[in-house]
Design a protein around this ligand. Structure first.
Ligand code: ADP
Ligand code: MG
Length: 398
């Protein structure tokens, strides 16, 4: 689960991480009050969307101006103008995709006098099974490009969970960033606090870009992007309360209501599969035969007819879906239940694209019989290979 920059900063502040004072607003009136309260003389008006690259982003509407989603303001009037221009408009950044994201809330923050900008992030590193830090002097820029063109400018190290962050980690960061004296001490303290926040809140990723040194020698987090491990959210009601569903994919929200493991993707073939491993294999084989999956969907081991119906509706609601592949191995799940779910869903929402069904396992004969007698235009397949070829052919032929 992702949260907004201002929320991330509030979470980090609980752990003593240095962030600027600021206030999130939803209207020009609130922005005026916030700007007056902060006092100036420099404010930063920051569009809050679940995507980075806002500073270099562009609004779709010309009346929103061409200064991107992060703007320096030198008066309360200017703060009001920028907020008025941005609210309700669609910001397109390298991370939003071409559709962009509507700006519904804005963060008004104290402006900082920046001396230097660094990059610092922490994430769960699968290779070492540890929390790893990534540090670079090349902050504020596109870190992917730095990684590509000058990887020697990026330092990575993992933290042993048995010891947690040690003083030498802090010194490593300070050295990598070229910090000495009091700033080196601040860096050591910052790494300790960020690690504490990361572990305590079950974060999956924490990215500070830029981490800055101010002209008066203070280390401060000027941007914060945080995502949390969804599997641990049950023990963090305070984090769940920060969820902004307007930022999430509608289909994924609907899927989570039915307890379906669903991830929207960019392809054209909708997949309904049981078991994460089989779902991955199904996506792989679709790619092998030259098409792209429109989603990952695991209906789970013991899905009910209602769940299958909900899953089918979510798939067909995606306008990019040009064909559907149902691939079920009936273990705990029975093939006839799947067949009934598919039929119920098609009766409700119709079927405008080719549908290939591959069933195997418990009650497979009954499942096939139900589908065959339903009068639906279902293409049946014998195995995974056959199913993938049939759906790709049906979609490409259409
Ligand atoms: P994004 O990464 O989405 O573009 P950032 O929060 O990193 O958004 O802001 C982009 C740039 O704007 C930063 O690299 C920094 O130079 C400047 N900036 C952001 N917040 C402030 C602030 N409070 N004071 C001064 N400059 C800021
Ligand atoms: Mg940033």
């Amino acid at each position: 689960m992702n949260i907004h920059e201002y929320q991330a900063k509030a979470v980090l502040k609980e752990f003593g991480v240095p962030v600027s004072a600021g206030k999130a607003v939803f209207s020009v009136e609130e922005a005026e009050a916030a700007a007056k309260e902060l006092g100036g003389p420099l404010w930063v008006v920051k569009a809050q969307i679940h995507a980075g690259g806002r500073g270099k982003g562009k609004f779709k509407e010309p009346e929103a101006g061409d200064k991107g989603g992060v703007r320096l303001a030198r008066s309360v009037e200017e703060v009001k103008t920028f907020v008025g221009q941005m609210l309700g408009k669609t910001l397109v950044t390298v991370q939003t995709g071409p559709a962009g994201k509507q700006v519904n809330r804005i963060y008004i923050e104290d402006g900082s006098d920046i001396e230097r900008e660094f990059y610092l992030s922490a994430l769960v590193d699968r290779a070492t099974s540890r929390v790893a830090f990534v540090v670079s002097t090349e902050g504020g820029m596109d870190i992917e490009e730095v990684a590509h063109k000058s990887p020697e400018k990026i330092l990575t190290f993992a933290v042993d969970p048995a010891t947690g962050v040690m003083p030498h980690h802090g010194r490593t960061v300070a050295k990598a960033l070229g910090l000495t004296g009091d700033l080196a001490k601040q860096a050591e303290s910052l790494v300790t606090k960020l690690y504490a926040a990361f572990v305590a809140k079950d974060m999956a990723m924490l990215e500070i870009n830029p981490l800055i040194v101010t002209k008066d020698g203070q280390l401060r987090c000027l941007d914060a992007k945080v995502s949390f491990d969804s599997n641990a959210l049950y023990r963090h009601p305070d984090i769940v309360a920060l969820r902004d569903v307007t930022e999430e994919d509608e289909k994924e929200i609907e899927a989570s209501k039915h307890d379906l493991a669903y991830i929207a993707l960019d392809g054209t073939i909708g997949c309904m599969v049981n078991g994460a491993g089989l779902a991955m294999a199904t996506m792989d084989i679709i790619k092998l035969y030259g098409a792209e999956p429109a989603n990952f969907l695991d209906v789970g081991g013991g899905a009910s007819r209602e769940k299958v119906t909900a899953a089918f509706k979510i798939i067909t609601a995606d306008p990019n879906v040009k064909g559907i592949l149902v691939n079920i191995f009936g273990g705990i799940m029975k093939c006839d239940v799947i067949a009934e779910g598919v039929i119920a869903a098609v009766k409700e929402v119709g079927l405008k694209v080719p549908l290939v069904v591959r069933l195997e396992g418990t009650n497979v004969e009954l499942g096939k019989k139900i589908l065959n007698e339903s009068g639906l235009n279902v293409i049946s397949a014998d195995d995974l290979d056959d199913a993938a070829q049939k759906i790709v052919k049906a979609v490409k032929g259409a």
